[in-house]
Ligand binder design. Structure first.
Ligand SMILES: [Zn+2]
Length: 450
């Protein structure tokens, strides 16, 4: 079942780069092309007298041009003055390290060949030339290497906060936080379109990234559709519940999801250190009486407001590790998972990275100093009430043929109780964000080049 996934080679992300390297290392030419620029060739070996070690680079040009450069010897940086105003500075060691020629980077794998053991940390320029009407800077380094840097390439990598923000947002777009108002404008996609149309697929992945939630409709109401969608997106991520799992009422359930009872808001499987990133729930047969509605809350929005309203409680939840466990048997295999993580996990910038909220799988072992216990409960209860507040929580009853796709690092989901057993059947599965973001970047690069 796992055949023909969209495997992306290590080099594939280079599609987003504005230039490509030459396939042959023997030539020493620099080729510049752009719609508004005449195609022309610059022979770098002529400029350097053919003495410097150099590789080959082919570039696609450049709307940005360089007016001049200033070596800043005291700080070992090169200042670049841009045509039209503005300057940026680049450390010599970074410039030398990132020469993109075929000697310094492998042209096919795009992987670094110049390793740090061969990098002179005190390297400095012996000569700097602005060439080709400011589109390229040539640097002859003190180690004898001649490097060429396209102006656009440098400009994109400038060490200023604006460029860093742009890059941050390209790698992973910022979340659009939401509350109950999202129900009027749910992000949606069509299953048949996702299978056939790359533009629709890209929009779906972008919505998943920005809102953490998309409802996919018009899916055939039989098992195996998550595999079909996954063939277009990413590998299914196997957990101890299998590659996919069926959610329906069962006798002797190993998980409360497999009953008709109300399911309190939660994230899936925080008992795993690498908990599932993205959850899919395919509604094959919905219960048509009262109940069974899905409840969804943007955990980032709640955490953000929780932080503002209750900073002390936020701090407690973000710094107190909890044990989440999952013990049972699935498909004849025993499992015993334990993960030690705070309920709100922050990244190195203090931004909310993941919400781990799951009352069912919270262990009775609580590895904290005893005087911290009561305060933690108080903080957790306040957070729980906000998660369930209808200012944040939306209710959506899936229709037959819907797939609810949502970010399990961000959203909390629950389900209202329903009464007749066996009437509601869902197939669930997971994806990893790494694979999904990779697919989004590849599609974005592909479609922007068409
Ligand atoms: Zn090089």
């Amino acid at each position: 079942m796992l055949a023909a996934r969209h495997i992306v080679s290590r080099g594939a992300t280079s599609c987003v780069r504005a230039w490509v390297r030459a396939p042959r290392a023997a030539t020493t030419s620099l080729l510049l092309t752009a719609p508004h620029v005449q195609r022309r060739e610059v022979t770098t070996s002529e400029r350097s007298g053919g003495k410097a070690a150099q590789g080959t680079v082919h570039y696609q040009a450049a709307s940005v041009t360089v007016a001049s450069t200033v070596p800043l010897t005291a700080t070992a940086m090169m200042q670049v003055c841009w045509e039209g105003g503005g300057t940026d500075v680049y450390p010599y060691v970074w410039l030398r390290d990132n020469c993109q020629c075929s000697i310094c980077f492998h042209p096919v794998s795009k992987m670094r060949k110049l390793l740090v053991e061969d990098l002179q940390l005190g390297v400095s320029p012996s000569d700097i030339q602005v060439v080709d009407s400011g589109r390229v800077i040539e640097v002859l380094w003190s180690d004898g290497h001649l490097a060429t840097y396209p102006a656009t390439w440098l400009h994109q990598r400038a060490f200023n906060t604006h460029k860093r923000d742009l890059r941050n947002n390209t790698v992973r777009s910022k979340p659009t936080l939401w509350g109950k108002e999202l129900l009027e404008n749910l992000p949606r996609a069509s299953f048949p379109e996702l299978l056939q149309d790359d533009s629709a697929l890209l929009q779906f992945l972008q919505q998943l990234e920005s809102h953490g939630l998309v409802v996919v409709s018009d899916t055939p109401t039989k098992l195996g559709q998550l595999h079909r969608l996954s063939d277009r997106v990413a590998y299914l991520s196997r957990s101890h519940y299998g590659e996919t799992f069926i959610v329906e009422s069962k006798n002797d359930p190993i998980n409360l999801a497999y009953t008709a009872a109300k399911l309190e808001m939660h994230s899936d499987i925080p008992s795993r250190k690498y908990k599932p990133c993205i959850q899919m729930l395919h509604c094959i047969r919905q219960f048509h009486g009262e109940g069974g509605d899905n409840q969804l809350t943007d955990g980032f929005q709640v955490s953000h407001n929780f932080r503002t309203l209750h900073p002390d409680k936020f701090h407690i939840l973000a710094t107190t590790p909890v044990d989440f466990i999952d013990i049972g048997v699935e498909d004849g295999r025993d499992f015993f998972l334990v993960n030690h993580d705070p309920m709100i996990r922050l990244d190195i910038n203090g931004q909310i990275q993941s919400v781990n909220f799951n009352q069912f799988s919270r262990d009775s072992y609580f590895r904290v100093p005893v005087e911290e216990v009561a305060g933690w409960y108080d903080a957790m209860k306040t957070f729980r009430d906000m998660v369930n507040d209808n200012q944040y929580c939306i209710e959506y009853k899936m229709k037959d043929g819907d797939i609810l796709v949502f970010d399990n690092f961000r959203l909390l989901h629950g389900r209202k109780a329903y009464t007749i057993e066996g009437e509601r059947v869902l197939e669930g599965g997971y994806w990893e964000w790494d694979d999904v973001l990779s697919r989004r970047r590849v599609l974005q690069a592909k479609l922007s080049n068409e």
